[in-house]
Design a protein around this ligand. Structure first.
Ligand SMILES: [Zn+2]
Length: 163
């Protein structure tokens, strides 16, 4: 018996959105791709996700046209695939930003380094809004947004956008 019913035809857009984005691992995979991780091994290393689960999530995200597969040759000349955001996938940025803001505002952090900030790189100001910069009101896109995750890096990380 499935865990729940299929919501892809639901009358509610939130339920339809959850059909695609409601899985925690899928959002964490998207986080990694925004952070510039494109390859299976890199995503696996920074999430700790099991191979089989990661394979399934990458397939689902690709099937939903949030990620695209792009071939590259590894050191041995073997052709492998990496994953890049599609424009639709980049459209999830405000969802992830909103989740980060919600956690920062309402959920505790286990340590001082477990915080994140979202910076609009065009104006250099921190924003606490998910889709537009608080300071200059420009739309936040991957190209103009950096995430500062103190647990990952000292400074801001420029996000990878759709390619
Ligand atoms: Zn701004």
């Amino acid at each position: 018996m499935p865990l729940r019913s299929d919501w892809s035809d639901s009358q509610c857009p939130l339920a339809r959105g959850l059909e695609v984005l409601g899985d925690p691992w899928s959002l964490l995979v998207l986080r990694e791709v925004f952070f510039g991780k494109a390859r299976f091994e890199d995503i696996k290393a920074s999430t700790g996700i099991a191979d089989s689960v990661l394979s399934k999530r990458l397939s689902a995200l690709t099937a939903h046209d949030l990620l695209a597969r792009r071939p590259y040759d590894d050191e041995s000349g073997r052709t492998r695939h990496e994953y890049v955001l599609t424009p639709k996938g980049e459209g999830t940025l405000p969802v992830l930003n909103a989740m980060i803001h919600f956690a920062e505002q309402h959920l505790g952090a286990p340590s001082e380094s477990a915080h994140m900030q979202i910076i609009h790189s065009s104006c250099g100001r921190r924003t606490t809004s998910a889709d537009r910069c608080d300071a200059c009101h420009e739309e936040l896109t991957a190209d103009t947004t950096t995430w500062v995750s103190f647990a990952r890096a000292e400074g801001p990380v420029q996000l990878a956008g759709s390619q």
